[in-house]
Structures are given as structure tokens and as C-alpha cells.
Design a protein around this ligand. Structure first.
Ligand code: DX5
Ligand code: ZN
Length: 213
């Protein structure tokens, strides 16, 4: 299972140190949450943050999770900033097909995200187009929330579709991941897990990471 640390859980005054801590633990990619105070009631990172991270840590894969209204207005900025993957919420747009095309045209990986109340059926037509599907296991907007275990059947459903279609999209989970909840996601077929507060809280990042296998 691939682990993507969410830097929303990091100490924002020491971001470079925090990224170095992840890198020294063997991490090769970061999950970067972008929020606009409209789609979710919080603010997050910006395209400038992504640019700074890529300039200082060019080898780190930057996965951008857009939790914004009108993602169409922002995707260009994140492509220019050097994002390796851009994920947007299906609930935030009526132009999903176009957005995926726009992202992939720039050789950036495209991901589609479903919030807890959105069923897998809504994104069925898009599964053959995207590189990854992110199943939110908390309500988007904040780190440190409890894992919603009722989301696990959606992971299993996606794994079943992937298997039957011989498809290659990654199945990712985000929110409330720790060494316990992680096992449910893994058993259901998730291939990538985002972890924020679990990894960054405390001073034993490496040890905690080693418990997520
Ligand atoms: C929540 C964000 C997550 C968040 C996860 O809306 O999308 O990426 O940082 O944080 P934890 O792992 O603490 O739940
Ligand atoms: Zn996220």
C-alpha cells in the first residue's frame, strides 16, 4: 500500500522540516489539501505552496486534493505549479469530463474524489478515464476527524469494478487513517492511503509509517 502523508497534519511553521522528516522516513509523495472556504468551511494550501514544495523537493510527488467550488478556475494554476496529480470532487463540478481531459493533456495524473454522501454509481462513466479514485473516509475540510467505516463498502465496490474491467486506477482513501482503520481499507482493496495527523502528530513518524504497510 502506498502512503501519502497529508501536510495539512504537519506543523505549518516548519513545513520544510516536516517534508524532510517524511522524506527521511522513505516517503516519495505528499498529499496537499486545497480548500476555498466555500466548498468546505476551511482554507488550505495554495498553488504557491505547491510550487515552493516542488522547487525545494523536486523528487517529491505532489498530489493536489482540490476541495473548491469551480475547480475549473484553479486547475491551470496547479498544473503550472508542478502538481503531479490533481484530484477534484465530483460534487464540485458539472464539467468532470472536460476537467479530466484538461489535467491529462498536461501530462498530470487525474483523480476523481467522492465525498461520504456520494455513491460510486455517480462516477461510473469516469472510471475508464481517471488515474485514481479517492474515497473520502471523513467529511472533507479538516484533519484529525474519525474514520467513517461505512465508506468501506465503496472501496470494495470500486475494487470489484476495477477487477472485472481489468482497469488500473488507484483506489485511495483519505481521512481518519491510522494503524487500525488502515487495515479495513487495505482489506477492501484500497491501494493508496492518505494519512495526516496520525503520521505528523508526535515525533515518531518513521515508526508510525512502518505500522502502515
Ligand atoms: C480532509 C483532508 C485530509 C486530511 C486528513 O478534508 O482531505 O487530507 O488532511 O487528515 P487526517 O489523516 O488527520 O484525517
Ligand atoms: Zn485530502
Amino acid at each position: 500500500m502506498k502512503i501519502m502523508p497529508s501536510i495539512l497534519g504537519a506543523n505549518s511553521l516548519e513545513l520544510a522540516k516536516e517534508v524532510t522528516r517524511a522524506k527521511e522516513a522513505g516517503i516519495s509523495g505528499l498529499h496537499i489539501d486545497v480548500m476555498d472556504g466555500h466548498f468546505v468551511p476551511n482554507l488550505g494550501f495554495t498553488a504557491q505552496n505547491v510550487k515552493d514544495i516542488k522547487q525545494n523537493f523536486p523528487e517529491m510527488e505532489a498530489e493536489v486534493h482540490l476541495m473548491v467550488a469551480n475547480p475549473e478556475q484553479m486547475i491551470g494554476d496547479f498544473i503550472d505549479a508542478g502538481a503531479d496529480t490533481i484530484e477534484f470532487h465530483i460534487e464540485s463540478t458539472t464539467n468532470a469530463y472536460h476537467l479530466i481531459q484538461q489535467i491529462k493533456k498536461s501530462s498530470v495524473k487525474a483523480g476523481i474524489v467522492i465525498s461520504p454522501s456520494t455513491p460510486v454509481s455517480v462516477i461510473m462513466p469516469l472510471l475508464e478515464l481517471v488515474d485514481q479514485v479517492l474515497v473520502m473516509t471523513v467529511n472533507p475540510g479538516f484533519g484529525g476527524q474519525s474514520f467513517i467505516k461505512e465508506m468501506i463498502p465503496k472501496v470494495a465496490e470500486l475494487a470489484g469494478i476495477k477487477n472485472s474491467q481489468n482497469a488500473s486506477f488507484e483506489i485511495e482513501v483519505d481521512g481518519g487513517i491510522n494503524d487500525n482503520t488502515f487495515t479495513f481499507a487495505k482489506e477492501a482493496g484500497a491501494t493508496v492511503a492518505v494519512a495526516g495527523s496520525y503520521l505528523f502528530n508526535g515525533n515518531n513518524f518513521h515508526e508510525r509509517l512502518s505500522r502502515l504497510i
